[in-house]
Ligand binder design. Sequence first.
Ligand code: 5GP
Ligand code: ZN
Length: 155
Amino acid sequence: MNDCVFCRIVAGTAPATKVYEDDAVCAFLDIRPITRGHTLIVPKRHATELDDLDPDTGADLFRTGHRLARALRRGGLASDGANLVLNDGTAAFQTVGHVHLHVVPRRHGDKLRFAKGFLLRRPHEPQSTAAAIRAGLTALDSANPPARDVEGVQE
Ligand code: 5GP
Ligand code: ZN
């Protein structure tokens, strides 16, 4: 597991710009983004492929992808949509052997910019990008507070 770069990012022993984490998953900026804000969500416990991932963690992964896709529409990146992609296995062009869900922000009419980004994979300014995503998460949470906050009931 120690030679897994995403495990090292989760553990904080390899650098990454994290935008979100909880007990099950960690989300950080892709080092070679296709578009600004391209984020990867990984399970904290190592799983190489979907075959190794327990279904509840798979659900946690998608729940976070769903949340991030919604947050990207609200933060400074003001996306119009997102591609959520998971390459499962080397046959599907998975290049890092730790399950990860890509969330790639999209804008209307960005076809050329997307194609260029796909070829060049140049990093954008990570700190301001991460701040824009975190602002989107905050905006999402204030618009949709968890039910227990509304009701004042603890889980
Ligand atoms: P895959 O093709 O396996 O679905 O995508 C792997 C992704 O991980 C690529 O988009 C690549 O840019 C990203 N990646 C590879 N190594 C690192 C790393 O050390 N740090 C970060 N943040 N992203 C990485
Ligand atoms: Zn790992």
